[in-house]
Design a binder for this molecule. Sequence first.
Ligand code: FES
Length: 361
Amino acid sequence: MNVFLHRLWCSFCLMLGNQDSLIRYLLPIINFMKPNYLPGSFGAKVLSAEIKTQDVLHLHLKVSKRWPGFIAGQHISLTFNRNGRWLSRTFSLCSSTALWQTHRQVKLCCKIQKDGAFTPLLATLKTDDKLNISVASGDFVWQKIPQSTTFIAAGSGITPIAAMLLSQDHWSSPVTLIYRVKDASNAALLSELQTLAAQQPLLSINLSQSHTESAADFASKVASLALTQQYYICGPAPFMQAIHHALITSGVSKDCIHQEQFGLPAPSLSSDDITKIQATFVQAGVAQNILMAKGLSLLQGAEQGGLQASFGCRMGVCFQCVCQKVSGQVRDIRSGLLSGHGEEQIQLCISQPVSELVIQL
Ligand code: FES
């Protein structure tokens, strides 16, 4: 079979999969002529892709005129096509809104996970490569700017906070950034933020390095802060839980704490969640029974059983894992809501089995 016929056949096979909009049924054929077209997303061109601090890729993009813009602190889904498969992940924007308004450019800081399926591919991007971005979303935004504010970030959690600080035009009250990193050489965006602090007397930066300050000392330092009126926290889940606890214990009201966590919550390990349940996946007419833990997502269950299910972001954003539930009940991992028992479309990556299921892949 020559290459043309092979690609046409692959396109036909892809068309048989479930998609979330009618045009997606035609996508393999449209992509044959227009490789980067993805309905519902916006084009973006790579201006530069550089590793500036250890493991962190700084991605500078020129975005389509049609892209509606963002509020500092929001995130986007980044999608590109590799070998006929769309891959997506969500990243917070780390540049100022002014950069987008004046030059239609945005920046992202992406931590490269060496063994990951997506981020190592980002490190291979070159100038002028084409990507797709989604509309910006998220409500982790700086709401009460006239009040004194403390931002507390760890690792990649600095990205939405950097966007908020770099986008700020009018400073009217003190702002403190507490930035927790392994060491200063790992601190993404630190030089940009230090430059801003040098120009803006109301902004102070406190760098905490984990090799010189233990987690317990750091948490008690946070707890001993003078009570500012607003706190914004962003970082890995255990870090945020510890800081949230330290603030609440020191008397800060819950309403004054705003937080953003990346990704889905870690799977629960209660005894009920490790109970096995049978999911039947039907792929190309062949049914396969998989006994999977109730605490896993159906995507993880299918993969553990050796099936190749479509996916992109693995966190409920890109809809590439949508497929048909024929029977059985699932729970939405994010909201805890239960589905009905009959036929409906579900997203595999955010659905856990509640009863025995039949899924059409
Ligand atoms: S993989 Fe993106 S929504 Fe499930």
